[in-house]
Structures are given as C-alpha cells and as structure tokens.
Design a binder for this molecule. Structure first.
Ligand code: NDP
Length: 322
C-alpha cells in the first residue's frame, strides 16, 4: 500500500509518497482503510522533527476509515464498520493498523469528510473550552488564529456557550469568515495593536483566558491581554515554540496562570474518547458548530497541503483523499 513517509525531517519536500508493507494487525489492533485523512498542524511538527518520531516516520494523526480486519482480542468493532480516530501517527496512508480502543464508531448521519475534518480539531476545542478553562456565558475571551481549523470550531462552540469571542486573523480576507463563525470582534494580528484593542473591548479589564496556538509570535502580547488572575493557554506553535520563560514574570502581570495542554491527556481511555466524541458530534448535529473543509488534496499531494498550511492562506480544515 502507499503511504507518506519522512526519512529525513525537514520541510514539506521531505515527505515521500512510497510503497510500504503493512504487517497484519496485532491482537489488540484493527486494520483500517482510510476514506478521508485530516491534516493538522501537528503533522508539520512531526515532519520537521520539532516533535520527534522514530525514522523513517509515518505521519498524520487523524482519519475517517473503514475496518478491514481485527486482531484476536478485538470485540468493539468488526470488519465493515465505519470509524474515526485521532492521536495515532500514520494516517497519511491508504491503510493503517491502530489500537482498537482508539476507534470511535461513527453514527450514520455524519460524513467521512466531516469526521476527518473535525475530530482532532473539535476534540481540542472541547477540552480547551470545557476542561482547561471551563468558559461561562457572559465572558469575553481571546482566540488566536480564529479562522483556522481549530479556530473556526473553537469560536463557534464558544459562542454557542454564550461567550463573546475576540478572534485574531492574519489577513483582512479572513475577517468575514471569523465573524460568521462565532467571533463578535475580529482583529488583524499583523496590523492591529492586539493588547490595546483587547483592553478597549473589555473596558480596560482584559480577558479571563487567551487560547493561543500561534506560540512564539503572540505569547508575550497574549499575557498582556489577560485580566488579573487570568489563564494563558498556550496550546500550539504555528509560528514556532515559545522560548524559555521565567515564572516570576506572571506575578506583576496580575498573578496570572499559565498552562500548556495537549490533547493526548484528555482522551486517555476509550471512555474519555467516546465522551469527547459524543459532545462534539452533538454540537455538529445540532448545527451549532459547522465544519468547513476549505482545502482538499490527494494523499500524494501532502507536500502541497503542508505548503498551504505554512503559507497562512488556509482557512478551516484541510483534508487528504487517499
Ligand atoms: P490552523 O488551520 O489554525 O493553521 C495555523 C494558523 O496559525 C494559520 O492559518 C495562521 O492563521 C496562524 N499562524 C500564525 N502565525 C503563523 C506562522 N508563522 N506560520 C503558520 N501559521 C501561522 O492549524 P490547526 O487547526 O491544525 O492547528 C491550530 C493550532 O492548534 C496549531 O498551533 C496546532 O499545533 C494547535 N493544536 C494543539 C493541540 C493541543 O492539544 N495542544 C491539538 C490540535 C491543534 P492567521 O494567519 O490567520 O494568523
């Protein structure tokens, strides 16, 4: 079968589309054939070596799929079942073996494309809004990269929970999209003074939480957007990792809190995974959160997909079709 592999970590050109052999699934694994594969920023960190994988590396962390075969101990799914999964590397491929407990059986009403475009990003929005900082109706929050994959879902969901969202985008062309997807206010991160605008929009108080996935470029200004005892959630590195930071600096800025969460610790078991999926699928089914796939590429064009992500020109979700 064909898969994308990285032999030497580097830029998008380091992804090679090649034939590989796949062993039969282990006793607790299932063999799946991917129908649609999600593209996520974490794939770029795996490709570049920012997050290290054994080489040659299979990358890709999310897909919708159909079960082909099951290992000897597996009872929760059977061949022919339609499933979605996240957090198993190797999704950039026609097929994969995954731990059976990671598979979420899909309800009939949801499309493969919606699943591949929403599970990893929507699970992230879910834990950020409900577990990292449980938002409350009436609050005003700041979300960076509001028109991105995670951003569009996070902002719609926050609005659905009664929150006023200030979103940032890197281009005026993304403004309308962000406004139509949950943001009450949209700031341009390249031209606006974000701290001054956030203070203006919050009567000088600041926001109780910043969801910051941009990392290096926005970390310092995000801290300055927070209200006293606010929470800085740095959850991504789209512009590069945040440099070393001295905790004592949080005191004069208002006894701030700082966290660096990651999805893997929020879906540690099949039960946690299913609960998160149920919550996400419910807001999608109700129409409160719409899933937008704005970029589609063939699996063999993963390089172009990554170039698009790096260009900051994408909005919403990007998928690969095997
Ligand atoms: P996005 O679709 O949001 O793409 C990233 C966006 O970041 C860009 O569109 C761009 O939007 C913005 N950005 C700002 N600076 C840069 C830069 N220098 N280079 C590239 N992009 C930049 O990606 P995803 O939805 O896949 O992921 C969003 C973020 O969330 C990523 O940082 C990812 O690592 C993180 N994440 C973290 C998880 C966790 O559990 N910790 C789980 C899932 C995702 P604009 O130009 O409008 O600013």
């Amino acid at each position: 079968m064909k898969a994308i592999r990285v032999h030497t970590p580097g830029g998008p050109e380091s992804m090679v589309f090649e034939d590989i052999d796949l062993a039969p699934p282990g006793p607790d694994e299932i063999r799946v054939r991917h129908t649609v594969i999600g593209v996520n920023f974490i794939d770029t960190y795996h490709r570049s070596g920012l997050y290290k994988l054994p080489l040659p590396a299979r990358i890709g962390s999310e897909a919708a799929a159909v079960v082909q075969a099951v290992g000897a101990n597996v009872t929760r799914v059977k061949p022919g079942d339609r499933i979605g999964y996240v957090n198993v590397v190797g999704a950039y491929a026609e097929e994969a073996n995954i731990p059976a407990w990671r598979a979420v059986k899909l309800p009939d009403w949801i499309s493969n494309e919606t699943v591949a475009a929403s599970m990893l990003k929507g699970f992230t929005a879910q834990y950020l809004l409900k577990r990292t900082f449980p938002v409350q109706a009436g609050q005003t929050i700041l979300v960076h990269a509001a028109a991105g994959g995670v951003g569009l879902i996070l902002c719609q969901w926050a609005k659905h929970l009664g929150v006023t969202v200030i979103g940032t985008v890197g281009a005026d062309s993304k403004r309308e999209l962000a406004l139509a997807n949950g943001c009450a206010h949209v700031l341009n991160s390249r031209t606006d003074d974000i701290v001054a605008k956030v203070k203006e929009l919050t009567d000088g108080v600041g926001v109780p939480v910043v969801y910051d996935s941009v990392g290096k470029d926005t970390f310092e200004s995000s801290l300055d957007c927070l209200a006293v005892r606010g929470l800085m959630v740095t959850f991504g590195n789209a512009s590069g990792p945040v440099p070393a930071f001295e905790p004592h600096r949080l005191a004069p800025k208002g006894s701030l809190f700082l966290t660096r969460p990651t999805l893997v610790h929020h879906i540690r078991t099949a039960e946690e995974t299913q609960e998160t999926a149920d919550d996400l699928f419910a807001v999608i089914r109700s129409g409160a959160v719409k899933i937008a796939v704005h970029q589609r590429f063939a699996l063999s064009q993963a390089r172009e997909a990554h170039e698009a992500l790096h260009s900051r020109a994408t909005t919403g979700a990007t998928v690969l079709i095997p």
